[in-house]
Ligand binder design. Structure first.
Ligand code: FMN
Length: 190
């Protein structure tokens, strides 16, 4: 029951309080992440926790890259909006798959591991979001970091595959539940 409660009360948070998050709480979120199941128990995740000036630089990089893309007339989706949320959050965690490289061609044999590892990392991220919810922390699962994948990897000194980022902090908003399709609409019983 407690798990279902965390699942149903969690929201994507895009407004955060200017309030420090204790390191031990961040560690509890990371512990929940590494408890996730993973294909062949490969545990294909690496977490970079960015705080303070490092987190500010991460957001600066995303914003400036997105603004260059816009100048070139390219689509940047919701990235500016996402960067604003990251700016407010005191903590950002960037998640990489150390077994994969950004240059991998995800066809053939690689496709198997790409699918398996990405599902495993998704499970880890969801564990982290739910643990954060249980600790009264707000989160945002972010893929808009891909607009600046190379630039962020250069900043972090990594050349493996970026999977996502998580913004973390005390929520300064209480959004209503976003709509979901009923399970009956998306399920076939045979
Ligand atoms: C894989 C994934 C990527 C996402 N990327 C972003 C993002 O880059 N920016 C953002 O604002 N929200 C992002 N979200 C949050 C979704 O927009 C959000 O989960 C969805 O609208 C449902 O809202 P809820 O999380 O409050 O239930 C992402 C969610 C997932 C699962």
């Amino acid at each position: 029951m407690q798990i279902l409660q965390a699942i149903s009360t969690r929201r994507s948070i895009r407004n955060f309080k200017n309030q420090h998050v204790a390191r031990e709480l961040i560690e509890q979120v990371l512990i929940a992440g590494v408890l996730a199941p993973s294909g062949k128990n490969r545990q294909p995740w690496h977490f970079t926790v960015l705080l303070g000036e490092k987190k500010t630089t991460l957001v600066d990089i995303l914003e400036s890259t997105v603004s260059h893309l816009k100048e070139q007339g390219l689509q940047t989706g919701s990235a500016e909006w996402t960067a604003k949320a990251m700016r407010q959050a005191p903590v950002c965690i960037v998640v990489h798959n150390p077994y994969a490289s950004a240059e991998d061609d995800d066809n053939g044999a690689n496709r198997y591991w790409s699918l398996v590892d990405t599902q495993s990392i998704g499970a880890a991220i969801q564990n982290m979001l739910l643990q954060a919810e249980a600790l009264n922390l707000g989160t945002l699962w972010i893929c808009d970091v891909f607009y600046a994948e190379q630039q962020i990897n250069n900043f972090l000194g990594r050349n493996d595959e970026m999977i996502a980022a998580i913004a973390l902090g005390y929520a300064d908003a209480a959004p209503a539940a976003r709509p979901r399709r009923a399970f009956s609409e998306v399920t076939t019983w045979l």
